[in-house]
Design a protein around this ligand. Structure first.
Ligand code: HEM
Length: 221
Protein backbone atom coordinates (compact mmCIF):
# COMPACT_ATOMS: atom_id res chain seq x y z
CA UNK A 1 0.00 0.00 0.00
CA UNK A 2 1.17 3.58 -0.72
CA UNK A 3 1.98 5.01 2.73
CA UNK A 4 2.48 8.62 3.83
CA UNK A 5 6.23 7.95 4.01
CA UNK A 6 6.20 6.64 0.40
CA UNK A 7 4.30 9.75 -0.61
CA UNK A 8 6.74 12.11 1.12
CA UNK A 9 9.79 10.31 -0.27
CA UNK A 10 8.55 9.76 -3.84
CA UNK A 11 10.56 12.15 -6.00
CA UNK A 12 7.81 13.72 -8.13
CA UNK A 13 5.28 14.06 -5.31
CA UNK A 14 7.90 15.48 -3.01
CA UNK A 15 8.85 18.14 -5.54
CA UNK A 16 5.19 18.98 -6.26
CA UNK A 17 4.44 19.20 -2.53
CA UNK A 18 7.39 21.54 -1.93
CA UNK A 19 6.21 23.77 -4.79
CA UNK A 20 2.51 23.81 -3.80
CA UNK A 21 3.15 24.53 -0.11
CA UNK A 22 5.81 27.10 -1.03
CA UNK A 23 3.48 28.92 -3.45
CA UNK A 24 0.69 29.02 -0.83
CA UNK A 25 3.07 30.61 1.68
CA UNK A 26 4.36 33.05 -0.95
CA UNK A 27 0.77 34.15 -1.61
CA UNK A 28 0.14 34.56 2.14
CA UNK A 29 3.39 36.52 2.69
CA UNK A 30 2.50 38.87 -0.20
CA UNK A 31 -1.01 39.60 1.11
CA UNK A 32 0.34 39.91 4.67
CA UNK A 33 2.82 42.52 3.44
CA UNK A 34 0.06 44.45 1.60
CA UNK A 35 -2.14 44.33 4.72
CA UNK A 36 0.67 45.62 6.90
CA UNK A 37 1.13 48.63 4.60
CA UNK A 38 -2.20 49.81 6.08
CA UNK A 39 -0.16 51.29 8.94
CA UNK A 40 0.52 54.20 6.60
CA UNK A 41 -3.22 54.98 6.65
CA UNK A 42 -3.03 55.52 10.44
CA UNK A 43 -3.81 53.61 13.67
CA UNK A 44 -7.57 53.42 13.23
CA UNK A 45 -7.45 51.99 9.68
CA UNK A 46 -4.76 49.44 10.63
CA UNK A 47 -6.60 48.32 13.79
CA UNK A 48 -9.98 48.12 12.05
CA UNK A 49 -8.43 46.12 9.20
CA UNK A 50 -6.78 43.72 11.72
CA UNK A 51 -10.05 43.43 13.63
CA UNK A 52 -11.92 42.35 10.47
CA UNK A 53 -9.19 39.84 9.69
CA UNK A 54 -9.06 38.39 13.21
CA UNK A 55 -12.86 38.01 13.27
CA UNK A 56 -13.14 36.45 9.83
CA UNK A 57 -14.82 33.03 10.38
CA UNK A 58 -12.48 31.50 7.77
CA UNK A 59 -9.35 32.56 9.71
CA UNK A 60 -9.00 29.34 11.80
CA UNK A 61 -9.16 27.28 8.57
CA UNK A 62 -6.51 29.48 6.91
CA UNK A 63 -4.29 29.30 10.02
CA UNK A 64 -4.59 25.50 10.16
CA UNK A 65 -3.71 25.21 6.46
CA UNK A 66 -0.69 27.52 6.87
CA UNK A 67 0.46 25.50 9.85
CA UNK A 68 0.11 22.12 8.07
CA UNK A 69 1.75 23.52 4.91
CA UNK A 70 4.77 24.95 6.73
CA UNK A 71 5.32 21.60 8.50
CA UNK A 72 4.99 19.66 5.20
CA UNK A 73 7.26 22.16 3.42
CA UNK A 74 9.97 21.93 6.10
CA UNK A 75 9.76 18.12 6.45
CA UNK A 76 9.90 17.55 2.69
CA UNK A 77 12.75 20.08 2.38
CA UNK A 78 14.78 18.27 5.05
CA UNK A 79 14.19 14.86 3.37
CA UNK A 80 15.19 16.32 -0.02
CA UNK A 81 18.32 17.92 1.41
CA UNK A 82 19.28 14.72 3.24
CA UNK A 83 18.88 12.53 0.12
CA UNK A 84 20.83 15.07 -1.93
CA UNK A 85 23.56 15.21 0.69
CA UNK A 86 23.89 11.40 0.76
CA UNK A 87 23.84 11.12 -3.05
CA UNK A 88 26.65 13.66 -3.53
CA UNK A 89 29.74 13.02 -1.37
CA UNK A 90 31.43 16.06 -2.98
CA UNK A 91 28.29 18.02 -2.15
CA UNK A 92 28.40 20.59 -4.94
CA UNK A 93 28.94 20.42 -8.67
CA UNK A 94 31.94 22.43 -9.91
CA UNK A 95 31.85 24.34 -13.22
CA UNK A 96 34.60 24.33 -15.87
CA UNK A 97 35.98 27.57 -14.39
CA UNK A 98 36.30 25.90 -11.02
CA UNK A 99 33.49 27.85 -9.32
CA UNK A 100 30.53 26.14 -7.64
CA UNK A 101 27.80 25.61 -10.28
CA UNK A 102 24.72 26.43 -8.17
CA UNK A 103 24.30 29.91 -6.66
CA UNK A 104 24.77 30.52 -2.93
CA UNK A 105 21.01 31.06 -2.42
CA UNK A 106 20.29 27.58 -3.87
CA UNK A 107 22.96 25.81 -1.79
CA UNK A 108 21.87 27.46 1.45
CA UNK A 109 18.09 26.95 1.13
CA UNK A 110 18.08 24.49 4.06
CA UNK A 111 19.75 27.09 6.31
CA UNK A 112 17.70 30.09 5.15
CA UNK A 113 14.60 27.87 5.55
CA UNK A 114 15.58 27.02 9.14
CA UNK A 115 16.10 30.72 9.75
CA UNK A 116 12.60 31.55 8.41
CA UNK A 117 11.15 28.93 10.79
CA UNK A 118 12.99 30.47 13.77
CA UNK A 119 11.87 33.95 12.66
CA UNK A 120 8.25 32.78 12.54
CA UNK A 121 8.34 31.48 16.13
CA UNK A 122 9.79 34.77 17.36
CA UNK A 123 7.42 36.81 15.16
CA UNK A 124 4.26 35.06 16.37
CA UNK A 125 5.39 35.37 20.00
CA UNK A 126 5.92 39.11 19.51
CA UNK A 127 2.85 40.06 17.51
CA UNK A 128 0.18 37.35 17.43
CA UNK A 129 0.61 36.32 21.07
CA UNK A 130 2.17 39.60 22.26
CA UNK A 131 0.75 42.37 24.42
CA UNK A 132 -3.04 42.72 24.17
CA UNK A 133 -3.93 46.40 24.61
CA UNK A 134 -7.53 47.31 23.80
CA UNK A 135 -8.65 50.42 21.93
CA UNK A 136 -12.29 51.46 21.37
CA UNK A 137 -13.59 52.97 18.09
CA UNK A 138 -17.30 53.96 17.90
CA UNK A 139 -18.06 51.75 20.92
CA UNK A 140 -16.30 48.71 19.40
CA UNK A 141 -13.37 47.38 21.48
CA UNK A 142 -10.51 45.88 19.46
CA UNK A 143 -6.84 44.93 19.80
CA UNK A 144 -4.44 47.88 19.39
CA UNK A 145 -2.02 46.17 17.04
CA UNK A 146 -0.82 49.54 15.75
CA UNK A 147 0.47 50.36 19.24
CA UNK A 148 2.19 46.96 19.50
CA UNK A 149 3.91 47.23 16.10
CA UNK A 150 4.89 50.90 16.50
CA UNK A 151 6.28 50.29 20.02
CA UNK A 152 8.31 47.24 18.88
CA UNK A 153 9.84 49.23 16.04
CA UNK A 154 10.98 52.04 18.32
CA UNK A 155 13.61 49.62 19.67
CA UNK A 156 17.00 49.62 17.86
CA UNK A 157 17.40 45.89 18.48
CA UNK A 158 14.00 45.04 16.95
CA UNK A 159 14.60 47.27 13.93
CA UNK A 160 18.05 45.76 13.26
CA UNK A 161 16.75 42.20 13.77
CA UNK A 162 13.77 42.72 11.45
CA UNK A 163 15.85 44.38 8.70
CA UNK A 164 18.41 41.54 8.72
CA UNK A 165 15.69 38.86 9.00
CA UNK A 166 13.63 40.35 6.14
CA UNK A 167 16.71 40.46 3.88
CA UNK A 168 17.41 36.75 4.58
CA UNK A 169 13.74 35.88 4.06
CA UNK A 170 13.99 37.68 0.72
CA UNK A 171 16.90 35.41 -0.31
CA UNK A 172 14.85 32.30 0.58
CA UNK A 173 11.76 33.59 -1.26
CA UNK A 174 13.68 34.66 -4.35
CA UNK A 175 15.28 31.26 -4.92
CA UNK A 176 12.16 29.42 -3.69
CA UNK A 177 10.05 31.14 -6.36
CA UNK A 178 12.27 30.00 -9.26
CA UNK A 179 12.85 26.58 -7.71
CA UNK A 180 9.09 25.93 -7.34
CA UNK A 181 8.57 26.49 -11.08
CA UNK A 182 11.44 24.13 -11.82
CA UNK A 183 9.93 21.51 -9.49
CA UNK A 184 6.69 21.73 -11.47
CA UNK A 185 8.62 21.01 -14.66
CA UNK A 186 8.82 24.57 -16.02
CA UNK A 187 12.45 24.49 -17.11
CA UNK A 188 13.17 26.10 -20.48
CA UNK A 189 16.16 28.21 -21.61
CA UNK A 190 13.72 30.89 -22.76
CA UNK A 191 11.46 31.06 -19.69
CA UNK A 192 13.84 30.20 -16.84
CA UNK A 193 15.64 33.61 -16.88
CA UNK A 194 12.22 35.37 -16.88
CA UNK A 195 11.07 33.23 -13.91
CA UNK A 196 14.34 33.95 -12.07
CA UNK A 197 13.85 37.67 -12.66
CA UNK A 198 10.23 37.47 -11.42
CA UNK A 199 11.44 35.60 -8.31
CA UNK A 200 13.93 38.37 -7.53
CA UNK A 201 11.31 41.07 -8.23
CA UNK A 202 8.77 39.32 -5.96
CA UNK A 203 11.32 38.95 -3.14
CA UNK A 204 12.49 42.58 -3.42
CA UNK A 205 8.88 43.88 -3.33
CA UNK A 206 7.96 41.68 -0.34
CA UNK A 207 11.13 42.39 1.69
CA UNK A 208 11.13 46.14 0.95
CA UNK A 209 7.36 46.36 1.64
CA UNK A 210 7.85 44.82 5.10
CA UNK A 211 11.07 46.80 5.73
CA UNK A 212 9.13 50.02 5.21
CA UNK A 213 7.45 49.45 8.63
CA UNK A 214 10.49 49.33 10.95
CA UNK A 215 12.12 52.15 8.93
CA UNK A 216 8.98 54.31 9.14
CA UNK A 217 8.40 53.84 12.88
CA UNK A 218 12.07 54.19 13.80
CA UNK A 219 13.11 57.10 11.60
CA UNK A 220 10.02 58.96 10.38
CA UNK A 221 7.49 58.91 13.20
C1 HEM B 1 7.56 44.24 9.26
C2 HEM B 1 7.20 42.99 9.13
C3 HEM B 1 5.97 42.36 9.71
C4 HEM B 1 5.00 42.91 10.53
C5 HEM B 1 4.90 44.32 11.08
C6 HEM B 1 4.04 41.87 10.81
C7 HEM B 1 2.93 42.02 11.63
C8 HEM B 1 2.14 40.99 12.10
C9 HEM B 1 1.09 41.12 13.08
C10 HEM B 1 0.69 42.42 13.76
C11 HEM B 1 0.55 39.89 13.27
C12 HEM B 1 -0.59 39.50 14.26
C13 HEM B 1 -1.93 39.50 13.58
C14 HEM B 1 -2.96 38.80 14.48
O1 HEM B 1 -2.97 38.97 15.68
O2 HEM B 1 -3.76 38.05 13.94
C15 HEM B 1 1.24 38.98 12.39
C16 HEM B 1 0.95 37.63 12.26
C17 HEM B 1 1.61 36.79 11.42
N1 HEM B 1 2.71 37.05 10.63
FE1 HEM B 1 3.56 38.87 10.40
N2 HEM B 1 4.40 40.72 10.15
C18 HEM B 1 5.60 40.97 9.47
C19 HEM B 1 6.33 40.07 8.69
C20 HEM B 1 6.01 38.73 8.52
C21 HEM B 1 6.74 37.81 7.69
C22 HEM B 1 7.98 38.16 6.87
C23 HEM B 1 6.10 36.61 7.79
C24 HEM B 1 6.42 35.29 7.13
C25 HEM B 1 7.60 34.91 6.74
C26 HEM B 1 4.98 36.77 8.69
C27 HEM B 1 4.11 35.78 9.05
C28 HEM B 1 3.08 35.91 9.95
C29 HEM B 1 2.17 34.85 10.33
C30 HEM B 1 2.20 33.40 9.83
C31 HEM B 1 1.24 35.39 11.24
C32 HEM B 1 0.06 34.67 11.93
C33 HEM B 1 -1.17 34.91 11.09
C34 HEM B 1 -2.41 34.36 11.77
O3 HEM B 1 -2.32 33.39 12.50
O4 HEM B 1 -3.47 34.91 11.54
N3 HEM B 1 4.95 38.08 9.11
N4 HEM B 1 2.21 39.66 11.70
Amino acid sequence: MFSLVDFLTSFLWRKALMAATGFTWMAFVFTHMLGNLMVFAGPQTYNRYSYLLIHNPMLPVAELLLCVFVILHATTGIILWHLNFRAKPKKYAVSAKGSKASPVAARTMIFSGAFVAAFLVFHLATFKYGQNTIVVYDGQPMRDLYLLVSTAFKSNAYVAWYLIALALIGVHLSHGFASAFQSLGVNHPRYTPVIQFLGIAYAVVVSCGFMALPIYFKFFL
